[in-house]
Design a protein around this ligand. Structure first.
Ligand code: ZN
Length: 148
């Protein structure tokens, strides 16, 4: 069991009960899939080895793309691929957060809210990277990743 699965198992049902009406259904599915990953809820595969006379039972994975157990190997492969693409030069990690006052709006309006967040953060990075006070370049590049 992963740490995320432990957390979701303990707190997921009460979280969904409290916030479920304002959560996208896909978020509830992710929580429930991760809770059930590699448990009897997902079913079992049985491997029978007649040569050795052994039988092996394995609980199936949920297969959800957000599940850290199911996607660990893919995540490592993705990271290796991205590291090969890194250009020479300085790199900075900049984090933009949503102000507390907007979070209740963001939960049920994620498409509009995250679109505005990416637009505002992109505009800010373009403006500041050209400013001599910060980077002062004319060829900066960036990519955005949404962590929820
Ligand atoms: Zn899984």
């Amino acid at each position: 069991m992963s740490a995320i699965q432990d957390i979701f198992t303990e707190y997921g049902p009460s979280y969904i009960e409290r916030f479920g009406d304002n959560m996208p259904s896909v978020h509830k599915k992710v929580i429930n899939d991760i809770i059930s990953c590699r448990t009897e809820t997902c079913g079992m595969t049985v491997y029978d080895c007649p040569d050795r006379g052994t039988v092996h039972h394995f609980y199936r994975s949920c297969g959800n793309r957000h599940c850290p157990v199911c996607q660990h190997r893919k995540a490592l492969q993705w990271t290796e691929k991205q590291l090969k693409r890194v250009l020479p030069g300085h790199h900075f990690m900049v984090t933009f957060t949503v102000p507390q006052q907007l979070r209740d709006f963001m939960r049920p309006h994620q498409k509009a809210g995250y679109g505005a967040l990416f637009a505002a953060s992109s505009d800010s990075l373009k403006k500041l990277s050209c400013d001599e006070k910060y980077i002062g370049g004319d060829r900066s590049g960036f990519s955005g990743v949404l962590h929820t």
